[in-house]
Write a protein that binds this ligand. Structure first.
Ligand SMILES: O=C(O)CCC(=O)C(=O)O
Length: 151
């Protein structure tokens, strides 16, 4: 999987305690998309992470996006924020399940928006699993909060 990050200055992103990403400056298109999602949902976002799933082998296993490394402190956990995810290109199966529960499948189509509301990251896990089907490229843009930076 290939990835990139755009966002506000200072909103560095360290995940899994090993991968450090420094945001590039928002492009006009990404900033417009961010503002449209904010207008639609009421949630604000400081960074967007782009993932490119090149083939069915590219995947992301069960996880939450409750990353304390995004500058959140214990009084303000990332789980309390919303995450908005735009899918472009090939349809892939997105699964979400309550911790210890059964998964629900969603087929994320081109141009779709998935919103995980505040609280979701502390109660649910999600994944995009590998597939043997022939699939072409999918791009996922996940708009996320962040407490760093100067805004
Ligand atoms: O590709 C997706 O729809 C999900 C991506 C994801 O779970 C993540 O970036 O944390």
């Amino acid at each position: 999987m290939q990835e990139c990050i755009y966002g506000d200055a200072g909103c560095d992103y360290l995940y899994s305690n090993s991968v450090f990403l420094k945001p590039l400056t928002w492009t006009d298109n990404l900033a417009n998309l961010r503002d449209r999602i904010t207008a639609l949902t009421g949630y604000k976002f400081r960074i967007v992470i782009g993932n490119q799933y090149r083939t069915g082998t590219d995947s992301i296993g069960w996880h939450t996006d409750n990353e304390s490394s995004m500058g959140f402190n214990p009084a303000m956990p990332a789980a309390g924020y919303a995450y908005a995810s735009v899918s472009l290109g090939c349809v892939r199966k997105f699964q979400i399940k309550p911790i210890g529960g059964r998964p629900t499948d969603f087929w994320l189509e081109h141009d779709s928006l998935l919103v995980m509301h505040p609280g979701c990251q502390s109660t649910h896990l999600h994944q995009v699993s590998k597939t043997n089907k022939v699939v072409s490229t999918r791009i996922n843009l996940t708009f996320r909060p962040h407490t760093g930076g100067g805004r």
